[in-house]
Design a protein around this ligand. Structure first.
Ligand code: SAM
Length: 234
């Protein structure tokens, strides 16, 4: 039976890769990447010399012929008994990254079955939660918040949630999101926010405070508006 490995890769610090991930990437016939140029950096660092191919993203699986051909190729290789690995640009494939649809189709559509094997490793939401100091025994993960439709409802839900909420945010929208948190989380229902920025990288930072304090901090320090953000609201 062929094997299809879901391999987590670093979210910043190149040292954050498991021995098993390296062994797996060295052992497979083909590595499926979100962006082959991004994956090349980690393959070069660890002396992994294996063919790579970009894979159809969740949105367009089966929708255009070039992507359909890639999909057919992946199926063909697995039917031939080849072993493949799936990686995304950073962290765990499928977590706010393409790949989940591909895994689902492989698990349900292949005639001879494929062993789908996770190779766990970093993911930004867990990394952020673990060092936030906020209550994390129960939490809800929202991925990226919608830009328009449903955004207001979601902020209302976040403000009323008894559970810690964690989500991903881009540097272009971080101020807008904090403004919404200030607006939707009234003082009498005070929330604590942790903005985890540039995790595992040189400028890693955890900033904790109420929504208004964090907004003020970011407004006063424009250089802190850059990079990658994971936001926790408790
Ligand atoms: N698959 C990844 C994972 O397992 O965490 C997430 C991929 S998603 C496309 C990228 C988003 O994750 C970024 O926009 C940011 O919100 C969050 N993220 C990824 N790396 C991060 C880091 N080093 N520090 C803070 N947030 C990060």
């Amino acid at each position: 039976m062929s094997k299809f490995y879901i391999v987590a890769t670093p979210i910043g610090n190149m040292g954050d890769i498991t021995l098993r991930a390296i062994e797996t990437l060295k052992s497979v016939d083909l590595i499926l990447c979100e962006d082959t140029r991004e994956t090349k950096k980690i393959l070069d660092k660890y002396g992994i010399n294996k063919p790579t191919m970009s894979y159809p993203s969740d949105d367009i699986v089966g929708k255009n012929s070039r992507q359909s051909n890639k999909f057919a190729k992946i199926f063909e290789l697995l039917e031939e008994g080849k072993n493949l690995a799936l990686v995304s640009d950073a962290g765990t494939p499928g977590i706010s990254d393409p790949g989940a649809m591909l895994v689902s189709k492989i698990k349900t559509n292949l005639r001879h079955g494929v062993d789908v094997i996770p190779i766990p490793g970093p993911t930004a939401l867990i990394t952020a939660l673990s060092a936030s100091g906020l209550p994390i025994h129960e939490f809800t993960f929202l991925g990226f918040l919608p830009h328009k439709k449903g955004r207001k409802t979601l902020f209302k839900e976040i403000s009323e949630s008894k559970r810690t909420v964690v989500f991903y945010e881009s540097p272009h929208r971080i101020l807008k999101t904090l403004e919404s948190l200030v607006k939707f989380c009234p003082k009498e229902n005070q929330k604590k926010v942790c903005v985890a920025r540039e995790l595992t990288k040189i400028y890693e930072e955890f900033k904790i405070g109420n929504p208004a304090e964090i907004l003020e901090y970011l407004n006063k320090n424009p250089e802190k508006q850059r990079g990658e953000f994971t936001v926790i609201v408790a």
